[in-house]
Ligand binder design. Structure first.
Ligand SMILES: *Cc1c(COP(=O)(O)O)cnc(C)c1O
Length: 369
């Protein structure tokens, strides 16, 4: 499809194939949780979650914040949704929208139990976050007895799952550290199993965990980046397809004489005759200023066009001195071939950050087949 303005093309068929590939790496009984936080990494969570639910590709969803879960419920998503990082001010909404909170600290556990008793909840589904080394959210091992004694025989809530998060599952230099995280999580599981009569579902792996630590898949895995097409591993990348492409057009072409400057703060000064193309995508769209001054690049008719000078709010100017192109021609900021990961790396960041930065104002086009 030829583009006539800036658009994000999102390939739902590739999403489905990516999930099928990730599942092919699992035991048939392992559940799959689709991480749709941060607008499904920029792809728009309601669209992505609706597709996943319609195609029956997942058993569970997870979002980071309560507001993200509310948006999914308002769009009619009915699968269970874990809120990974709720605050106590969110408890009313969590109950109202049938979201499932993570209890990650003694404080949140006490507050939620007080709330549950006050509102006479019964067997309300909750999830326990165990800290095995990321040191971000979760109970430490020396706190788990206290948490479990609060929860044991407490009919207001029911612990549906317990989980932990790996810090460096994509980095095989950290294999010893990761294996230690897995062993620590097993120790948490033993304590939890001793506390409850019902089966608690355990999960620890993110995408790279699925790919690199199949022995740690337990009962469920949580994938985000892999569904969206990145393996964090060059050898496995051919099995996944990036689902998001950012395409735009050449609005205008200029020819700079030697000594002419380009853009704000005269960020580029021509030391040779330079042909430039102005593209309607800027830092307000998610192409941060860090990509300016020759670091980042786009592709025009398959050729690389570096960003010249400073990135503006609504546009960039790129070097087309050696590219045969015209005003109105399509350009690729990133796609399946020239990936978001490559562009992100040019500025020292990661595909996750570039994708989640994509502004809401950019039109999303969903394609299938
Ligand atoms: C974001 C997140 C994930 C997804 O990680 P990917 O590397 O994108 O697969 C899984 N679990 C938790 C707790 C997360 O915060």
């Amino acid at each position: 499809m030829k583009t006539e303005e800036t658009v994000l093309e999102i390939d739902l068929t590739a999403l489905e194939r990516n999930i099928q590939y990730l599942k092919s790496r699992l035991k048939p009984t392992t559940w799959f949780l689709a991480v749709v936080k941060a607008s499904s990494y920029g792809n728009e969570a309601t669209q992505i979650a609706a597709y996943i639910e319609k195609k029956k590709l997942a058993n569970y969803f997870a979002v980071a914040y309560t507001s993200e879960g509310i948006a999914l419920r308002k769009r009619g998503i009915s699968l269970p949704i874990i809120v990974l990082h709720p605050q106590s001010i969110n408890f009313d909404d969590i109950i109202k929208y049938q979201l499932e909170p993570t209890l990650y600290s003694l404080r949140t556990a006490h507050l939620f139990l007080e709330y549950a008793e006050k509102h006479q909840l019964s067997d309300y589904p909750v999830h326990l976050k165990c800290n095995t080394g990321l040191n971000r959210l979760g109970f430490d091992f020396n706190q788990i007895d206290e948490v479990l004694s609060l929860l044991k025989n407490n009919g207001t809530v029911k612990v549906k799952t317990a989980y932990s998060h790996l810090a460096a599952s994509e980095d095989m230099n950290e294999k010893v550290f990761t294996e230690n995280q897995i062993q620590r999580f097993i120790a948490f599981q033993e304590k939890i199993n001793q506390t409850f009569a019902h089966k608690v579902i355990y999960h620890q792996c993110n995408t790279s965990g699925i790919l690199n630590y199949p022995e740690a898949q337990f009962d469920m895995v949580r994938s985000g980046i892999g569904m969206y097409g990145f393996a964090n591993d060059a050898a496995l990348q051919p099995y996944l397809t990036p689902i998001m492409s950012l395409k735009s057009v050449i609005s205008q072409i200029h020819c700079l004489e030697i000594g002419d400057s380009l853009g704000y703060n005269r960020g580029y000064i021509a030391d040779h005759i330079t042909k430039t193309a102005t593209i309607p995508v800027g830092h307000a769209d998610g192409i941060n200023r860090i990509y300016g001054k020759g670091k980042g690049f786009i592709f025009i008719h398959g050729k690389k066009a570096p960003i010249l000078g400073n990135v503006c709010m609504d546009m960039i100017m790129v070097d087309i001195t050696h590219i045969d192109c015209e005003e109105g021609d399509e350009v690729i900021v990133f796609d399946k071939e020239h990936t978001a990961e490559t562009l992100a790396e040019s500025a020292g960041t990661i595909s996750y950050e570039l994708m989640t930065s994509m502004a809401h104002r950019i039109k999303r086009l969903y394609i299938e087949g």
